[in-house]
Write a protein that binds this ligand. Sequence first.
Ligand code: ZN
Ligand code: ZN
Length: 248
Amino acid sequence: MELRRLRADLHIHTCLSPCGELAMSPRAVVDRARSVGLDLIAVTDHNTTENAAAVIEAARGTGLTVLPGIELTTAEEVHILGLFDAGADLGPFQAEVFRNLPDVPAKRKFIRDQVLVDAEDYVTGFSPRCLFGATLLSVHDAVGLIHAHGGLAVACHVDRDSFSIVSQLGFIPPNLPLDAVEVSPRLTVDEARAAFGPFDPLPAVRFSDAHKPEEIGSVTTAFVVAAPDLGEVRKALAGLDGRKVVPS
Ligand SMILES: [Zn+2]
Ligand SMILES: [Zn+2]
């Protein structure tokens, strides 16, 4: 099978995230991702997968592949990225996340509107609960839950001084079965390794963590894979069958 180099940005928020701009609608995300030449993106809102299907639908027929995902906040206030197969039924996963997310009302004074949308950018509702809070899931629970639903688990922005596994725990637990670590846009992977030590055996990736359209694709990782899907990304992270992660 022929392998291709795909440019990926797998950490993108939509208007559903309390910190995501209203401009981050499905069509805007897809248009920007295509205009900057991305092959593969993931929609990763805080503690919710609910806008992902709309972005997947908005990208249909464009050549851009969209994976559904989430940026889970654990009980320790560690951000863990969950990336799933485009065809996955995430209803049961989302129900489990909401069961573990304290039902604090979203107060518009403190956070932006959390906007649910469809593939044509029409507003279909507002998430009534504060999505930014910590869940009751430990880092081990969060990684286990993501894996139980067929996903990949990535420790987010490990070099940041808040909401990262290193800032919250002081280290990456060696028995935590992560699939990768993400370095934030402010450092290269080499700079992060110099500052924090090698992440081996975990592969390191970098994504934009976009909250506004112009940030999409500003930081990417390339995957040498046979197809733009989760199974191939999984192989690339594990270095299997010639698939690999390369700087982008
Ligand atoms: Zn984060
Ligand atoms: Zn994020």
